[in-house]
Design a binder for this molecule. Structure first.
Ligand code: NZQ
Ligand code: ZN
Length: 390
């Protein structure tokens, strides 16, 4: 069990005034750079101008792909790959949140493929080569700045699918908490839930863990529970933004997953919600995760829930396992729906059971969703049903 490879090869510049290193870092990777960004937040916060200034200092040739959507579409990936092929791009620079970075990763791979990038996302063709990627993160959530995966949506087929390859790992990431000061209270809440979920998906596993990693995960979860409400109330609180940002990277960069299998149960269920209803990833996770917890909790696994409750929410350690577990889930719900103010049910989002059947089928890959507790299609449908009501 205690056997793993540690290899997290992203160089991180953390904190303010680090952007002066941007041009030189990109120059090492090539001269022709494609800047990828979203709907314009980077222009509103002045980051776009700063980036151009730094790139010009090194006389880099600059190209642009803008308008990458939240829940990025495969159409944007194809558009980006076309530019890369036509303009012989050497290096990609993603400036934005997880959606921008994910899309950029897929572009990096699709540049070396002549067909539709969807073939890569669906693993019909393997990732064989990628352009190098540099990122400037503006939203603490996905960890895409320091991991090897990305998630792409296809509106035609209502699919949202993850694709990963070590070749997609960013070479360099610039993490300045100040770039997240303008993230809305809602996106801060959703991003924080995403960070928490990445840890929860790893923490709840049947293979056990290492005591050291358990403590690390509990510390990261406590960090999110402490700082998310502060960042929402006081968006320019550097301590809060810095803690959330660095936790976002470490929650999913592979470190805590060193020696156990992680099944991404709640992510599989949430991705169907985003695919069919284009909802924010963290919001969907907030609705699904506590229902999943209530559905799978039993006498056998209550101890693990108890540890979570005591460590993260300070639940009384003298309670028996089941009582502590239930109290922990209740506190988690209060955190999500009262403190963070997230919508607590699918009904309130106008979502009904119309697509539950096909969503459940896709979530378990037409078989069994392995995880802390194995879930079949009917289990997943039951969890979606629980999500309907407040
Ligand atoms: O598009 P712009 O104008 O940039 O606005 C964005 C977008 O509207 C805005 N925003 C970003 N930084 C901002 C800002 N607004 C003001 N100030 C700033 N500094 O926030 C909105 C949401 O951005 P998005 O990138 O979609 O959010 P997030 O970082 O949460 O990314 C979500 C996507 O990542 C995927 C999700 O499924 C979803 O598609 N995930 C990626 C993972 C990975 N690569 O490992 C793992 C995750 O589990 C997740 O699935
Ligand atoms: Zn996530």
């Amino acid at each position: 069990m205690y056997k793993f490879v540690y290899n997290i090869p992203t160089k991180v510049y953390f904190g303010s005034d680090q952007l002066s290193k941007l041009g030189k870092e990109i120059k090492k990777l090539g001269d022709r750079v494609l800047i990828c960004y979203g709907g314009g937040s980077i222009k509103r916060i002045g980051l776009y101008d700063q980036v151009l200034e730094e790139l010009k200092k090194e006389n880099l040739e600059i190209f642009e792909l803008s308008g990458i959507e939240p829940n990025p579409r495969v159409t944007s990936v194809n558009a980006g790959a076309d530019i890369c092929k036509k303009e012989k791009i050497d290096v990609l620079l993603a400036v934005g949140g997880g959606s921008v970075i994910d899309c950029t990763k897929a572009i990096a791979a699709a540049t070396y493929y002549e067909g539709n990038a969807w073939d890569i996302v669906t693993k019909k063709v393997p990732v064989t080569k990628c352009l190098p990627i540099v990122t400037i993160l503006t939203l603490a959530a996905t960890g895409s700045e320091m991991d090897a995966g990305g998630v792409i949506s296809n509106l035609e087929t209502n699919d949202k699918i993850g694709v990963a390859s070590p070749l997609m790992q960013p070479k360099v990431s610039f993490l300045d908490p100040k770039n997240t000061y303008t993230v809305s209270s809602y996106q801060t809440a959703c991003g924080s839930v995403d960070i928490l979920s990445h840890i929860i998906e790893t923490y709840f596993n049947t293979e056990g863990s290492m005591y050291m990693l358990d403590c690390f995960m509990e510390g990261m979860m406590k960090t999110v529970v402490k700082y998310a409400p502060i960042a929402m109330k006081d968006p320019e609180n550097e301590e809060a933004r810095a803690n959330l940002m660095w936790t976002s990277s470490w929650a999913i960069n592979g470190f805590v997953r060193s020696c156990q299998h992680c099944s991404w149960s709640c992510h599989s269920m949430e991705h169907q919600l985003s695919a069919y209803y284009d909802i924010t990833h963290g919001l969907g996770l907030g609705i699904v995760t506590p229902r999943w917890m209530r559905y799978i909790l039993d006498e056998e696994n209550a101890q693990r829930f108890r540890n979570f409750a005591v460590a993260v929410f300070g639940v009384d350690s003298k309670l028996d396992n089941m009582s502590a577990a239930l109290e922990g889930i209740k506190r988690f719900e209060e955190f999500l729906f009262v403190e963070l103010g997230l919508t607590s049910s699918l009904k309130e989002l106008g979502i009904d059971r119309t697509h539950f059947d096909i969503m459940a089928e896709k979530a378990c890959g037409n078989g069994v969703l392995k995880g802390f507790k194995e879930l079949k299609k009917d289990d997943i449908k039951s969890i979606y049903e629980m999500c309907l009501v407040k």
